[in-house]
Design a protein around this ligand. Structure first.
Ligand code: OGA
Ligand code: ZN
Ligand code: ZN
Length: 391
C-alpha cells in the first residue's frame, strides 16, 4: 500500500517519530513495542475498527464505511508483525488484512503513557488585571493577508481568550471581514452584524447608555456564541470604557476559596431569557460548566437576562451566597482589564469564557458606535486545525 492508503482516514499528517520493533499476538490484543521501548496494546476489535484500507474507509470522503458489528465477535489476528517502514501488518481470522502506518498508530495509541501525553496540552493561561500589558495585539492588515498571522490570532483567541485588533477600517461591517477570515458568521435575532449604540427603542440594555455589568452574550441560547467581535467606529462620548474579566480565573478562585459555592454554580441550572414582542429565547444551564475531568469549560452568565432562580427551597440561601460571591469576584479590580476602545480598534474574545462589560456613557457628549458579530467555537477550532496542516 502506498502513501495514499496510510493517510486515508485523516487529512492530518502523522510524522513518524518512533517505529514498531515488535508485535505479539495475545488473547484479545496485540502487544506492540516501539523503538523507544514504549509498550502499546491494541485490541483486535479496535484495530479492525480502524483499518484504513479502501474497503473499510471511503477513498474520497475518508469516512468509515465498515461497521464493526460485521466482524465476527471472536475475530482474532492470525499474524501480526512490524513491516519494513515500522508500521503494523495484520492478517485476520476472517481473511481481511490491515496495515497501519507507524505515525498514525503512535498518535492514536491508548496505553497510559500515550494517553497522558495527549492530555497534557499546556493549560489555558488565566489572566488578571496585571496582565493588561501582555494582551495579544494584532493588526487588521496582517490578519487579512497572512495565514500565519491569522493562525497566531486564532490560537490567542483559543488559549488566552482576549485579543485586540488595531487599524480595522472605519467602514460599516468591516467586523465581518475578519470574522469571515475564520468562517461562517453566526446570525442571531440581533442580526448578522449588531450595532451597539444608544437607540430610542432598545431591545437590550446594551442598546442604552447605561453601565453593562460583566456578562457573556446570549446565555439564553443552548450554545452560546463562541467568539464575539466588537469593532469601534466611534467613541467620542465620555464614559463607555471596556472591561474584561477572565471567567475561568474567577471560577478557579471561587473553587479555591469557596469550593461549596463552586459546586453549587457548577450543578444548579439557572434560566436565562431574551424575550420581546417577536422572539422568546430561554435556556437553563449551570453558570459554570465542567467537563468529564472536572475542568471548567464554559461560563454562562448575564445578570440582566437571568430568570428567577428555580431551586429547592432549602438550597436557595446557598445559591444566593454562591451567586453573590461569583458576582463580587467579577467586580474585583484584580480581575478587571479596563481599556478604552479607539476608532479602528476591535475586541475579539471567547464569549464562552470571558465576561465583558462597559461603563456608563453620556450619549449627549458625543457619538459612540460599535459593531459586533459572532462566530461559533467549532468554526474557530476547525480553522486552526486546517491552518496547522500546512504550518
Ligand atoms: C453588548 C456589549 C459592550 C459595549 O453589546 O453586548 O456588551 O462596549 N457591548 O458597548
Ligand atoms: Zn480494511
Ligand atoms: Zn455584551
Amino acid at each position: 500500500m502506498g502513501i495514499a492508503a496510510t493517510m486515508i482516514s485523516d487529512w492530518r499528517r502523522f510524522p513518524i517519530s518512533e517505529t514498531l520493533v515488535d508485535a505479539r499476538v495475545q488473547e484479545e490484543s496485540i502487544l506492540t513495542t516501539w523503538s523507544d521501548g514504549r509498550l502499546s496494546p491494541f485490541h483486535f476489535l479496535w484495530l479492525r475498527d480502524n483499518c484504513p484500507c479502501d474497503r473499510c474507509v471511503h477513498r474520497l470522503t475518508r469516512e468509515q464505511v465498515f461497521e464493526i458489528v460485521d466482524a465476527p465477535a471472536d475475530l482474532a489476528a492470525v499474524s501480526a508483525q512490524p513491516d519494513e517502514a515500522g508500521g503494523l501488518r495484520i492478517r485476520w481470522s476472517d481473511g481481511h488484512e490491515s496495515r497501519f502506518d507507524a505515525g498514525w498508530l503512535r498518535a492514536n495509541a491508548y496505553d497510559n503513557v500515550s494517553r497522558a501525553e495527549r492530555r497534557s496540552r499546556p493549560p489555558k493561561r488565566f489572566w488578571r488585571a496585571e496582565q493588561t500589558e501582555a494582551l495579544p495585539v494584532f493588526s487588521f492588515a496582517a490578519l487579512a493577508a497572512d495565514d500565519g498571522a491569522l493562525l497566531d490570532w486564532l490560537r490567542a483567541l483559543r488559549d488566552v481568550g482576549l485579543t485586540l485588533v488595531k487599524d480595522v477600517p472605519l467602514e460599516s461591517e468591516a467586523v465581518t471581514r475578519l470574522a469571515r477570515r475564520i468562517s461562517f458568521v453566526r446570525e442571531t435575532s440581533f442580526g448578522v452584524v449588531f450595532d451597539v449604540a444608544s437607540k430610542p427603542n432598545p431591545d437590550s440594555n446594551a442598546y442604552t447608555s447605561i453601565n453593562l455589568p460583566p456578562h457573556t452574550d446570549l446565555p439564553t441560547r443552548e450554545v452560546q456564541p463562541g467568539l464575539q467581535f466588537l469593532h469601534c467606529l466611534a467613541n467620542e462620548a465620555s464614559g463607555g470604557d471596556s472591561i474584561f474579566v477572565d471567567g475561568f480565573a474567577i471560577a478557579a478562585t471561587l473553587r479555591g476559596r469557596f469550593p461549596e459555592d463552586f459546586e453549587i454554580l457548577a450543578t444548579t441550572p439557572v434560566a436565562f431569557w431574551n424575550k420581546d414582542t417577536v422572539t422568546d429565547y430561554r435556556h437553563s444551564a449551570p453558570i459554570i460548566a465542567t467537563d468529564a475531568s472536572g475542568d471548567v469549560t464554559e461560563i454562562r452568565y448575564s445578570n440582566s437576562v437571568r430568570g428567577p432562580f428555580d431551586a429547592p427551597a432549602d438550597l436557595m440561601p446557598g445559591l444566593y451566597r454562591a451567586y453573590r460571591r461569583f458576582m463580587q469576584l467579577g467586580r474585583e479590580a484584580q480581575f478587571r482589564i479596563v481599556r478604552r476602545l479607539e476608532p479602528g480598534d476591535m475586541w475579539g474574545f471567547d464569549n464562552r469564557r470571558v465576561l465583558h462589560a462597559r461603563t456608563e456613557f453620556d450619549p449627549n457628549s458625543g457619538k459612540r458606535h460599535l459593531q459586533g458579530c459572532y462566530v461559533d467555537r467549532d468554526e474557530l477550532l476547525s480553522r486552526i486545525r486546517v491552518l496547522e496542516r500546512d504550518a
